[in-house]
Ligand binder design. Structure first.
Ligand code: BDR
Ligand code: CA
Length: 316
């Protein structure tokens, strides 16, 4: 499976990238970066660091440092630390892994080079994807699938993390997310409805450290900071592996339950970033939804299978 990984590393982004690097089914074509868990220079530096650590051949391409809603949001230091990776020590990185050009142009060129073959896994703000669509609308018809981590639809009472109404990746650029949902490409949304079932406990992280060598230990170290946030703010014993679950979906959709229907994003006001799907089963419906293509949202997941697969894969 040919994959572009669009990311804002990010501790759970790092978990997802290690997973991608170990999966024999995946041919990673590029890692595109976006502002989010830290500023664009930092997320790009982090992507280069992880690329080197995980022995990934694919290049890093820097993407958007500003979002399409024109708003600057505070960095989530409480979640991912000042350096985006839980404040672990990061050595100087190998800049040769950075390919010149913009992420949106790389996405366009790659989709055009492999029509119908490329899956985009996007686990940050959707800015690069929306910019690519603005530059070349026809890419939607050339994309195999877009799997995003983002959004929340109220399953298991999960409606938001950054606000009570919104998930962070969508809240970070609601305008971009709404444009991504308007486009005629097959989108699958892996939101908080399912990601909050993927809890990496202290014992699980210790097992990763023991079984997955120095990169397992790296994930465990990064997760110390992340775990404090989840314990103190969310009352959870463990960390949530949001972004790795988008990778799992691309490979094992049979481990998920989904619902189809068009999706709108609230772009302003107190509920900015809220994602609302109109179920396809509903007849007729409001034109704001009815005039858009249907996309899938994930409503349930076999979490045991995912956690087992992740552990076996990164230890392999
Ligand atoms: C998402 O927001 C970021 O902080 C994480 O990396 C993940 O992609 C979870 O809401
Ligand atoms: Ca992320």
């Amino acid at each position: 499976m040919k994959v572009i990984f669009d990311t804002d590393p990010g501790i759970d982004d790092a978990m997802a990238l290690l997973y991608l690097s170990k999966l024999p089914e995946i041919e990673l074509l590029g890692i595109t970066t976006v502002v989010g868990n830290a500023d664009i220079a930092t997320t790009t530096r982090n992507a280069l660091f992880l690329r080197e650590r995980f022995h990934i051949a694919a290049p890093v391409i820097q993407g958007a440092g500003q979002t399409l809603d024109g708003k600057v949001k505070p960095e989530p230091v409480i979640v991912h630390g000042h350096n985006g990776l839980g404040d672990i020590d990061i050595p100087a990185v190998d800049e040769t892994g950075l390919q010149p050009g913009t992420a949106s142009q790389f996405i366009i060129d790659t989709l055009r080079a492999h029509p119908g073959e490329v899956t985009i896994i996007a686990v940050g703000r959707m800015t690069n994807l929306a910019l690519a669509l603005r530059q070349d609308k026809a890419i939607a018809g050339l994309t195999k699938q877009v799997v995003i981590m983002g959004g929340a639809f109220g399953y298991e009472g999960r409606s938001g993390n950054i606000t009570p109404a919104a998930e962070a990746n969508i809240y970070g650029d609601p305008v971009a997310a709404d444009e991504v949902f308007t486009a005629e490409w097959p989108v699958v949304v892996v939101g908080l409805d399912v990601t909050h079932d993927i809890i990496l406990t202290e014992d699980y992280l210790a097992a990763l450290s023991a079984e997955a060598g120095e990169n397992g230990e790296l994930l465990r170290q990064m997760s110390d900071h992340y775990a404090r946030f989840y314990k103190d703010v969310m009352g959870l014993a463990g960390v949530v592996g949001h972004d790795l679950l988008a990778v799992t979906y691309a490979l094992r959709p049979d481990w998920f339950e989904t619902r189809s229907g068009p999706i709108c994003v609230v772009c302003d006001g107190i509920a900015a970033g809220q994602t609302i799907q109109m179920p396809a089963a509903r007849k007729g419906g409001h034109p704001d939804w009815a005039n858009r293509p249907p996309h899938l949202i994930c409503t349930a997941v076999n979490a045991d299978a995912v956690l087992r697969h992740y552990r076996e894969t990164v230890a392999g």
